[in-house]
Design a binder for this molecule. Sequence first.
Ligand SMILES: NC(=O)c1ccc[n+]([C@@H]2O[C@H](COP(=O)([O-])OP(=O)(O)OC[C@H]3O[C@@H](n4cnc5c(N)ncnc54)[C@H](O)[C@@H]3O)[C@@H](O)[C@H]2O)c1
Length: 372
Amino acid sequence: MKIGCPTEIKPQEFRVGMTPDAAREAVNHGHQVLIQKDAGMGSGFSDEDYTTAGAHIIATAEEIFATADMIVKVKEPQAVERKMLRPDQLLFTYLHLAPDPEQTHDLLESGCTAIAYETVTDDRGGLPLLAPMSEVAGRLAPQVGAWTLQKANGGRGVLMGGVPGVAPAKVVVIGGGVVGTHAAKIAAGMGADVTVLDRSLNRLKYLDDVFGRDFKNQYSTAGATLDLVRQADMVIGAVLIPGAAAPKLISRAQLSEMKPGAAIVDVAIDQGGCFETSKATTHGDPIYNVDGVMHYCVANMPGAVARTSTIALGNATMPFMLALADKGWRQACADDAHLLNGLNVHAGQLTYYAVGKALGIDVVSPSLAIKQ
Ligand SMILES: NC(=O)c1ccc[n+]([C@@H]2O[C@H](COP(=O)([O-])OP(=O)(O)OC[C@H]3O[C@@H](n4cnc5c(N)ncnc54)[C@H](O)[C@@H]3O)[C@@H](O)[C@H]2O)c1
């Protein structure tokens, strides 16, 4: 198979769909890998890294889209890329179609087959191609929060780990899923006094069993959340209710009860955020002040550490990418129900129910689509 990887063109996107290691694996499996010139630069991979791995460097995205059997990307194809997709072509990338009717219609019109990273599942009921970015954002949250707490950035001037004789920072993590667990681990590792709140008793049991010595956990009620947030130096928002906007757990009025200079890192901002006062910010201008509380609300946190994010995403996508290339998408999806869950579009038909429901478009069962 010819596997093509164009340069990402969405603003502020520095990741790349294939690492040189992924390219090497594909070449070792007998495939031809076409990488657009400088595609890996934002993640610190040179064209030479790819040619050493056996890939071919191609000057333009047009040539890649015109010749590749499968396109491997990071972000959803932009309008100019969607125009280049072909009916016999396979697209493997993040799509997030439900809130994006324009993209959905273009993909249907193109006739291509599109497998979305975000809907591929695993045996534990997780989303294995979404999880790496939650891991990155979670681990990054205490790091950016610690920076926000510094005096020069408007923060309280509190050191995460304290020093002998001085108490560490109090960190509250709301939501103990992938983001929250990774955030709590890193904050605890920095020496902070960490409490994680969650609504799932099963999750709290897991956190207690595995991390009971590193950080505390508590059931998330409105009262417990407010009590902890009042005392906190840093609050990390990490809740998710699948398919819904993040619940607003701290109101504007309650914010004024927080300590002056406390830091909020609202990772859940990509779902609207869990503080009433949260609004999305960018890496260029990441923090703002409301009532003396510093808010960090960057919607694409993994972009700050593009190299780590690219490698983490590549590790997760590689086995699926190889299965698709080795067997063809039909057989690969027939053999793996989790990959089949990733099928969103085939030959002008929508094949993912939640997207169809959100956009009012008829859906064809993915198991029927692979037989067409
Ligand atoms: N800003 C970014 O760059 C970025 C990057 C990755 C993920 N995210 C976002 O971070 C959020 C968390 O993602 P995740 O992968 O950890 O999800 P997850 O499903 O693994 O975890 C969410 C947790 O929130 C808990 N929860 C739900 N309602 C709650 C409540 N009222 N109080 C306390 N806990 C509650 C759930 O029980 C679950 O354990 C999502 O909105 C995700 O989109 C943002």
